[in-house]
Design a protein around this ligand. Structure first.
Ligand SMILES: [Zn+2]
Length: 397
């Protein structure tokens, strides 16, 4: 199948079909081919290429067809488009060869050369040769006309390399070049550094970076969660609670992330009643099932299982939720086994809710739809920051 696609693509080089590269690139290629056709050399190469195709040797056929299109100012676009096509299809080596071949031509204009360098840089990125890509894009970034494109690529490279100071420096330059605020992304770079220092046990520096993130972008939930974790680690639970209570104003979508941490710190201060009040207030405003389940746990701890069952039943009357139903069934089955009753139909229902929730993604990227079981601050699919959110609805929050 792939081979037949390659064959079709090679034919496209020779036929006046404009699909893929724009009609004029095809027109120029065709015009060139028409001129060349007058020579016997073209004809013999052409038939050799066709022969390779017929013998199912598409790689050799493509090499022949590429040679047939001489690189000059008329065909640069065709070569760029072809290289791009190869890269997108994963044939990076061939893309690199085409772009290097193009750059070696002395007849290119400055802008054509820079465009070919941009393409080559992207080839290197696809091949994972990030240091070469970095060199190329750093060189291109000097050119005012291509500065934005090069800086975007550099930011991408430093993110992949987790070189956060360089990512910050390039993002700042990109802000200047485009006029678009990138503070909300730069704050993540600071949080990344805070996370590294946390992992190394340097809580003081970690806290400094988390606070810097929030100074750069006041609505950075990630920074508040990090600050809360650092304060809690040091036993400063009042401060941890203060950090967590900021989240409602920053971005209430992320409140489910705060629930477990709130429980930890309120519990450490022996202020479960105050936590009950706070979560009840949030539940009235947002209705997330994480909040309802945390409250059910508190009811169970403070007032007993029957009270927890009554609370979840009330919640389910107001808002359908598989997670809440699953918890209710757990509590009911526990209750019945304590009193010697059999679970009966409840066991069947519990089997069903467990099945529905088993390996369900809890989060989803609102940009590309990537499903995830844990929170990623940068989407593994589309690389957007802060786009992965808790899933809402009957099977989610
Ligand atoms: Zn995504």
């Amino acid at each position: 199948m792939i081979e037949s696609l390659i064959g079709l693509e090679a034919l496209w080089l020779l036929l006046p079909v404009a699909a893929g590269t724009g009609w004029w690139a095809a027109r120029n290629a065709t015009r060139r081919a028409t001129r060349e056709r007058e020579s016997g050399g073209f004809r013999s190469d052409y038939f050799q290429g066709i022969n390779y195709l017929l013998n199912e040797q598409p790689d050799k056929a493509i090499e022949v067809f590429i040679k047939l299109i001489e690189v000059d100012s008329d065909t640069v676009e065709t070569h760029l488009a072809l290289g791009n096509l190869y890269r997108r299809r994963g044939d990076v080596d061939r893309a690199i060869r085409i772009h290097q071949n193009l750059i070696a031509r002395e007849s290119l204009s400055t802008s054509q050369r820079t465009e070919a360098l941009l393409e080559l840089g992207q080839d290197y990125m696809s091949a994972g040769v990030l240091d070469r890509a970095e060199d190329l894009f750093s060189e291109i970034a000097v050119d005012a006309d291509y500065r934005m494109q090069a800086l975007r690529q550099l930011v991408d490279i430093y993110e992949r390399e987790k070189d956060w100071p360089k990512a910050i420096a390039s993002a700042r330059k990109l802000e200047q070049a485009t006029g678009n605020q990138l503070g909300w992304i730069i704050a993540h770079y600071c949080c990344e550094q805070a996370g590294q220092h946390c992992a190394e046990g340097d809580l003081e520096r970690a806290l400094k970076y988390a606070q810097q993130a929030r100074n750069i972008h006041a609505a950075c939930v990630r920074a508040s969660l990090l600050e809360a974790d650092i304060h809690a680690e040091r036993g400063e639970h009042e401060r941890a609670i203060h950090s967590l209570q900021r989240i409602e104003e920053q971005d209430p979508d992320y409140l489910p992330e705060a629930v477990g941490r709130l429980y930890r710190s309120f519990h450490a201060l022996d202020r479960i009643g105050a936590l009950d009040d706070y979560l009840s207030k949030l539940l009235r405003r947002y209705g997330w099932s994480s909040l309802a389940l945390a409250l059910a746990d508190i009811k169970r701890e403070c007032d007993g299982r029957r009270e927890a069952i009554r609370f979840i039943t009330d919640r389910l009357r107001q808002r359908a939720s598989v997670r809440s139903l699953d918890r209710l069934l757990d509590l009911e089955i526990e209750d019945r086994s304590d009193t010697g009753e059999m679970g009966g139909h409840l066991d069947i229902l519990k089997g069903l809710t467990s099945e529905l929730l088993f390996e369900r993604p809890v989060y989803k990227c609102r940009h590309c739809g990537f499903p995830a079981k844990s929170l990623h601050w940068q989407c593994p699919g589309c690389k957007h920051w802060t786009s992965i959110r808790p899933i809402q609805g009957v099977e989610g929050e």
